[in-house]
Design a protein around this ligand. Sequence first.
Ligand SMILES: *[C@@H]1O[C@H](CO)[C@@H](O)[C@H](O)[C@H]1NC(C)=O
Ligand SMILES: *[C@@H]1O[C@H](CO)[C@@H](O)[C@H](O)[C@H]1NC(C)=O
Ligand SMILES: [Cu+2]
Length: 315
Amino acid sequence: MMFKTSIALAAIAAASQVADAHFTFFRIAHNGQWEAPFRYMRNKTSPYEERFSLPGHGFTTRDYNYATVYPDYPESVRCGRDNIKHALDTEVLDVQAGDALEFAHTRDEPSEWTDATFNCSSGYGACYEGQVGMDYNHWGPLIVHLSKVPEGQDIHTYDGSGEWIKIYTLGLVWRPDGASPVDWVLYNGGRIPGSRYSFRIPRQTPGGQYLIRVAFVDTGLKGSPYLTQYAHLYPSCFQLSVQNDGTAGALPKGVKIPEVMSPDSPGMQMSQGMHDSRKVDEGYVYPGGDLWDGEKLVVDKPDLTPVPCEVESGC
Ligand SMILES: *[C@@H]1O[C@H](CO)[C@@H](O)[C@H](O)[C@H]1NC(C)=O
Ligand SMILES: *[C@@H]1O[C@H](CO)[C@@H](O)[C@H](O)[C@H]1NC(C)=O
Ligand SMILES: [Cu+2]
C-alpha cells in the first residue's frame, strides 16, 4: 500500500504545506439538498499561528486545510482555527429533530476554489474532476457530535467548551479475504468514497441551539515517535437551531473536546498492524466517546462480521 508507514506519512507531512495534501469540510446538506459553501459553518482563519509546533514539520503556521492536533489551541481542536471570531457572522440552520444531514469536503485550499469547484453533477457537494480532490487520502473514521448551547449563552458566542454527544460514526468494514481487510469506508482504497452517506439527528434531540461538529480522525500510530502519535484532526462546526415537535427525550452525558481527543483516549491511536489495514486492534472502539442512538449511549465499536470482498470495489 502506498504511504502506509509512519516514515512515509512523516515525509509527506514534512513536504507540506503542499496544496491538496489535506482537506476541509466546508458544506452541509439538509434533507439531501446542499446549502451554499460555507453557509451555516463557522469559518476558520488562514494562515494562522498555532501554539504547537508539529515535530518534524517545524512550523506553527497552518493553512486552511491543514490538520489540527490535540496540543493545538482547544478552540482549533473543537471547531477549527479561530472559529469563534467567525461565529457572529455565521447564520443558523433551522432543522427538525429527525432530519437528515451530510457534509462535503474538498482537498483544494479556498484560494483555489472557483464556481466550477461546486458546479458539477457529482452529488457529493463538490466536484472531483480535474484538480479538485474528493478522495480522503487518510485512514480513520468520520465522527459527528452535537453540543447544546448552555443555558444563558448564545450560539454566536458559544465556544464549545460544554459537553459533546456523538451521534454518527462512519468507520470501517471488515473484509478478511481482501488485500486490505480493514476497509475504511471513506478511504475507499484511495479513491473517492463509493457513495454518499447521510445520518439523522436523533428524533429525541431536545429543541434548542446546537453546534454540530464533523471531524475526520486521521488516526495516530501507537508507539510511534512523537510525530505520529497525534491523530490529525479535520474538524468543522455548523450552527443549528433544532425544533422538536413532541418527540424530545433527554440528552445523555457528553464528552469534552479536546480532552476526548488526547492520544491516550480510546480510538485515537492504532497499532502498526491496524494502520496497515491488516487487523483490527483488540478492544478498538471509535474515537469521540460513546454513540447516542436517541435512547441510550452505546459503545461505538466496529461491526466485525466478515463482509466479502467484491472484486469491483478492488478491495
Ligand atoms: C472563509 O475563509 C476563507 C479563507 O480565509 C475565505 O477564502 C472565504 O472567503 C471565507 N468564507 C466566508 C464565507 O467568509
Ligand atoms: C452552475 O451551472 C449552471 C448551469 O450552467 C449555472 O446556471 C449556475 O449559475 C452555476 N452555478 C455556480 C455556483 O456556478
Ligand atoms: Cu493529512
